[in-house]
Design a protein around this ligand. Structure first.
Ligand SMILES: NC(=O)c1ccc[n+]([C@@H]2O[C@H](COP(=O)([O-])OP(=O)(O)OC[C@H]3O[C@@H](n4cnc5c(N)ncnc54)[C@H](OP(=O)(O)O)[C@@H]3O)[C@@H](O)[C@H]2O)c1
Length: 269
């Protein structure tokens, strides 16, 4: 049995990733020997829905709850996941706090930043520092190299104006920097990479203002919102043996950043 784990798989990008990885397991005829573990925090119904879609592909799936802002829960989740799955082939660190919708939207800047640091940065790092070495120990010469994938943000290294840029920027930059160092630490036993999404239409994108709806579309050369499935496709590549020589890399999946000047084009240059 080889295990696939996706944190934050109860909705949005995490759900699409879990289903996409299960499709690969199903296609490779490894359905009987693969098991997907879908992690969630509060949205049990969402996690059950993800698991049902995975089981319909003929792949075993379980769900497991853990609040990654709590160090005791991080340790308990890591231990339970290892016990439940045995060998872990793919681990995707996708869980992240939504501070743009729901009750968290009314929190102060400091409260949002603190929670993002606790979950996205400290929770993700603590979890990966337990799981990464276990995956490295389990790796056997000649076998497919296990893969760990992180989710960053395309604008984190360059910056974005306003509160969202000033909180998500440093948080996701920290995640991306940690992933690069983990790749150096675990090589050649585990491949570690990052997918950096652009504007992906999940809960916030579905209800956002006309301004942000327009901005999200026009900032992509492809002139549309990204879909969770766009991110899942890149994660599936990084998790697959096709990416066997790819580690310590970040793939921006943002439809291509639009750098075209919106005004009149001047042909004199
Ligand atoms: N959407 C975008 O445009 C975009 C762009 C760049 C990066 N990202 C990143 O992509 C990832 C997925 O985002 P999404 O848009 O799909 O958001 P989402 O639908 O809100 O999913 C977030 C997931 O993280 C889990 N989570 C939240 N707080 C948690 C906690 N304290 N402990 C453990 N898990 C927790 C949620 O679990 P429950 O709901 O079950 O509580 C949920 O499964 C996030 O890391 C996000 O920062 C998104």
């Amino acid at each position: 049995m080889t295990g696939i784990v996706v944190t934050g798989g109860s909705s949005g990008i995490g759900r699409a990733i879990a289903i996409r990885l299960a499709e690969d397991a199903s296609r490779q005829n490894s359905a009987n020997s693969a098991q997907v573990l879908v992690h969630y925090r509060r949205n049990r119904d969402g996690a059950v829905e993800t698991a049902e879609q995975i089981k319909r592909l003929g792949v075993c799936c379980e769900i497991m709850a853990a609040d990654l802002s709590r160090p005791d829960e991080v340790h308990r989740f890591a231990k339970d996941a290892i016990e439940r799955l045995g060998v872990i082939s793919t681990w995707v660190n996708n869980a992240g706090v939504d501070v743009l919708t729901g009750e968290a939207a009314s929190w102060s800047f400091d409260e949002k930043l603190r929670m993002l640091l606790d979950v996205d940065v400290c929770g993700t790092i603590a979890l990966s520092r337990i799981i990464g070495p276990v995956m490295a120990d389990q790796a056997k010469p000649g076998d497919v190299t296990p893969s760990m994938v992180f989710i960053g943000w395309d604008q984190a290294p360059v910056g974005m104006e306003g509160d969202a840029g000033m909180m998500f920027g440093p948080v996701k930059a920290a995640v991306m920097a940690f992933a690069n160092s983990l790749a150096q630490t675990l090589a050649p036993h585990v491949r570690v990479n990052t997918v950096a999404p652009g504007w992906i239409q999940t809960a916030w994108g579905e209800t956002t203002s006309a301004y942000w709806n327009e901005r999200a579309k026009t900032q992509a050369l492809m002139n549309r919102w990204g879909r969770p499935e766009d991110i899942a496709e890149a994660v599936a590549y990084l998790a697959s043996p096709n990416a066997g020589f790819v580690t310590g890399q970040t793939i921006n999946v943002n439809g291509g950043w639009n750098r075209k000047f919106e005004g009149r084009h001047d042909d004199s240059l």
